[in-house]
Write a protein that binds this ligand. Structure first.
Ligand SMILES: [Zn+2]
Length: 97
């Protein structure tokens, strides 16, 4: 039987992480951003490096990194975000007075 031999074999190969290099239409490396829009809270996406910088022309490169949220987790996340924002607003009001 070969079972003993099989058990002795150690996995020497390290599992390489799947690396995907995405390049936007500018030819720059795409940047991983996190969406905080209500449709996709906390979902990560690759976008143009200049995304959100407000300078120079953006290209329309866009690619989701995370899989879509289930409707359940979306509801939970939105509920939590709402709480955070409520607390933040309350703190701001406290500072002012
Ligand atoms: Zn770009």
């Amino acid at each position: 039987m070969n079972t003993k031999q099989k058990k002795k074999k150690k996995k020497k190969k390290k599992k390489k992480k799947l690396e995907v290099i995405l390049v936007c239409y500018h030819g720059n490396l795409a940047k991983l951003n996190t969406s905080w829009f209500n449709d996709n809270p906390g979902r990560r996406f690759f976008g143009c490096k200049k995304f959100g910088s407000g300078f120079q022309k953006l290209c329309r490169f866009f690619s989701w990194f995370d899989t879509p949220l289930t409707s359940r987790s979306q509801i939970v996340l939105l509920g939590l975000l709402k709480k955070v924002r409520t607390f933040e607003n309350a703190r701001r009001r406290e500072r002012k007075t």
